[in-house]
Design a protein around this ligand. Structure first.
Ligand code: GLN
Length: 535
C-alpha cells in the first residue's frame, strides 16, 4: 500500500497547538494499527535547534541519534511512545544548506537556482526519502509557522505539489476567539486564513478549531461554509484540562472514522489499548493522591524551557495515581535572603538542566536544603553537576569546589571539561549528545528503579564529573551508581541516605505517558511516601 500523507497547517497565529493535534492523530493511527511517522518543517535558517536559546524558543529536544530538534518532537514521542530520528526534522537551514551545497558541486550546472523548483524539490525529496526508507502507512507533516508567513511559503508550495503525487489529507488548524463584550465566537480571522490557504492552492479536508469554550453550532456552520467543507469536518479543539485527552475528544466527534475513511483505511480501533490510554488520562484528571515538587531552575520564566521535565512528572503522576503540583522557583531568587523559607514544605525537588553561571549558587543552596532535610531530590544534567559541587563543598569539606563552566580556575574542579571538548570551537552539534549506554551498579537506587543493569538515556552537555575526585567523594558516602560502559565517565550518583539521585543524562527526554521515566517514578513515589509518613 502506498504511503498516505496528512499535512497540518496553522493559520491566524502560532501557538495554537499544532504539535498536540499532530501527536493526537499519530496516536489515533497507532491505535488503529497503522504505522505513522511525523515530519516537521521549521522555517528558521538555523540548521537545527542546537544553538537556540531555551528562553526564547523553548526546550531543545534531543533524539537518540544526536539530533537537536524542535520541542514538538518531544510531544510526538510522548504520545506515540516511539524513538524518532533527525531526518524527520526539516528546517529552512537544512534545505537552503543542501541546495547551496549541490550548487557548489555543480549539480545544477547551467541553470539559475530558484526557490521553485529547486528548493521545493529538495523539500519533496527529503519527504519522499523518509517514505522510501521507512515505508510507513502514513506520514504526518506539521508545517511550522502560519499560512501567509514568508518563512514557510516555499514549504507550503512543496506540500501542495506533494499532494499532486501522493494521496494527501490537508488539515487547517485555526482559532475562533470569543470576545467577552460580544459574547460570541468570531470566525472572521479564520475566514481570512482560509482565503490565504485557498490562494496557495490548498483546500483543507478538515478544519480543527481552537477556542476557549466548545465550538458553537453557529461558528461551526460559518467555518464549514467558508472553508468549503461539510459541517462534520469542522472539529472542535476547545481547551482541555490535559493535552493527552485530545485523541479521545477527536474520537467523541467521529474525527477518527472520517479520517480513516479519507485515507482509505478499514481496520478497527484497538479497544484494549484505547482503554489503557483512557485510564492514564483519567488518572491525570482525577488523581487519588497529590504531591508538590519544586523545580529550581534558571529558565522558569518560560515554562516551555522545561516542558519535558513537566511532562515526565505528569507521566509518573498518572502511573502512581497522583496529581503532581509543580512549584516553579527561579534559582536567582534563592541566592539572596532566606532560601529555606521559599523551599519550606516542598515534597520533592528537581534541579533541571541549564547552561552558564547565572543562578547556580541558588540551585546548590536548594540541593543542600533537600539533602539536610531528607527531601527526595532528582538532579538532571546540570542538576547532577550542582549535586556534585554541593556534596564536595558541604560533606567532603572542599570549600572551593566548582565546575570550570562557572569558575574557570576553581581550586577543586569537581566538574570539568573533558580534554576532548577543550579544542572545540564550533557550537553546532559538538556536545556529548544523543543516546549513551550506562552500566548501573547492582546495589544502587537507580538499578532498583530501572530494573536492569544496562540502560540508555539521552545526553546534551559538555562538562563531566571529574574522576580525580571519585575517591574522596565515595569515602564521604556519595554513591557512584552508574558509569558509561567503558567506565570512563560517571553517569549516575546518589546520596547514601534517602532519595537523592543525580544523572548526567536527561531521562525526561525519554519519558512517555505509557512508559514514564524510572527516575521520575522514583522521585514521585519517594515524595508520596514521605508525605504519607508525615500525616
Ligand atoms: N552546562 C552543563 C554542561 O554543558 C549542563 C548542560 C545541561 O544541563 N544540559 O555540561
Amino acid at each position: 500500500m502506498p504511503t498516505k500523507y496528512i499535512v497540518i497547517l496553522g493559520s491566524m497565529m502560532s501557538g495554537l497547538g499544532k504539535g498536540v493535534v499532530t501527536s493526537s492523530l499519530l496516536k489515533l493511527l497507532d491505535l488503529y494499527g497503522y504505522s505513522a511517522l511525523p515530519m516537521k518543517f521549521d522555517g528558521y535558517l538555523n540548521y537545527d535547534c542546537g544553538t537556540m536559546n531555551p528562553y526564547r524558543h523553548g526546550e531543545v529536544f534531543v533524539l537518540d541519534d544526536k539530533s537537536e530538534v524542535d520541542m514538538d518532537f518531544g510531544i510526538y514521542e510522548r504520545f506515540l511512545d516511539k524513538d524518532l530520528t533527525g531526518d524527520l526534522s526539516i528546517t529552512g537551514g537544512k534545505l537552503f544548506g543542501s541546495v547551496i551545497a549541490k550548487e557548489r558541486k555543480g549539480e545544477y550546472l547551467g541553470v539559475d537556482v530558484q526557490i521553485i523548483p529547486h528548493l521545493t524539490n529538495e523539500a519533496i525529496g527529503m519527504i519522499e526519502k523518509v517514505e522510501r526508507t521507512r515505508k510507513p502507512d502514513v506520514i504526518i507533516i506539521e508545517v511550522g509557522g502560519t499560512v501567509g508567513d514568508i518563512e514557510n511559503s516555499y514549504f507550503i508550495e512543496a506540500v501542495r505539489q506533494l499532494a499532486l503525487r501522493h494521496p494527501t489529507v490537508f488539515i487547517n488548524l485555526t482559532y475562533a476567539p470569543s470576545l467577552e463584550v460580544v459574547g460570541e465566537q468570531k470566525t472572521k480571522p479564520a475566514q481570512v486564513g482560509f482565503r490565504l490557504l485557498l490562494q496557495s492552492g490548498i483546500r483543507p479536508n478538515f478544519v480543527v478549531c481552537r477556542s476557549e469554550d466548545s465550538l458553537t453550532e453557529k461558528a461551526r456552520q460559518k467555518l464549514a461554509l467558508f472553508a468549503n467543507i461539510e459541517e462534520n469536518r469542522v472539529i472542535d479543539d476547545s481547551d482541555t484540562r490535559t493535552i493527552y485527552g485530545l485523541p479521545l475528544h477527536f474520537i467523541e466527534q467521529g474525527f477518527d472514522r472520517l479520517l480513516m475513511k479519507d485515507l482509505g483505511f478499514s481496520r478497527k480501533i484497538n479497544r484494549k489499548r484505547l482503554e489503557e490510554w483512557k485510564g492514564s488520562v483519567n488518572r491525570i484528571l482525577n488523581p487519588k493522591k497529590s504531591v508538590e515538587i519544586a523545580i529550581v531552575g534558571k529558565y522558569t520564566g518560560l515554562r516551555d524551557s522545561y516542558v519535558s521535565v513537566k511532562e515526565a512528572l505528569i507521566h509518573a503522576g498518572s502511573k502512581l495515581d497522583a496529581g503532581v503540583k509543580i512549584k516553579w522557583i527561579e534559582s536567582d531568587g534563592l541566592e539572596k535572603g532566606d532560601a529555606n523559607e521559599k523551599l519550606d514544605g516542598i515534597g520533592g525537588l528537581i534541579v533541571p538542566g541549564g547552561f552558564g553561571k547565572r543562578g547556580i549558587e541558588g540551585m546548590i543552596k536548594a540541593i543542600e536544603y533537600a539533602r539536610e532535610n531528607n527531601i527526595p531530590f532528582l538532579g538532571l544534567c546540570l542538576g547532577m553537576q550542582c549535586m556534585t559541587i554541593e556534596y564536595a563543598r558541604d560533606v567532603c569539606g572542599l570549600k572551593d569546589a566548582n565546575s570550570t563552566e562557572f569558575e574557570k580556575n576553581a581550586k577543586d574542579k569537581v566538574i570539568y571539561l573533558l580534554p576532548s571538548q577543550r579544542g572545540v570551537d564550533r557550537k553546532g552539534g559538538t556536545m556529548r549528545l544523543g543516546l549513551w549506554h550506562c552500566k548501573l551498579s547492582r546495589n544502587s537506587v537507580s538499578y532498583r528503579l530501572y530494573g536492569k543493569e544496562k540502560i540508555g538515556e539521552r545526553h546534551r552537555h559538555r562538562y563531566e564529573f571529574n574522576n580525580k575526585y571519585a575517591g574522596v567523594m565515595e569515602k564521604n558516602g556519595l554513591v557512584i551508581a552508574g558509569t558509561t560502559l567503558d567506565k570512563k565517565l560517571v553517569e549516575f550518583i546518589e546520596w547514601p541516605k534517602g532519595f537523592g539521585v543525580g544523572t548526567q543524562a536527561h531521562p525526561e527526554l525519554r519519558s512517555r505517558l505509557t512508559g514514564p521515566a524510572p527516575l521520575f517514578l522514583g522521585l514521585v513515589s519517594a515524595a508520596l511516601k514521605k508525605k504519607s509518613e508525615k500525616v
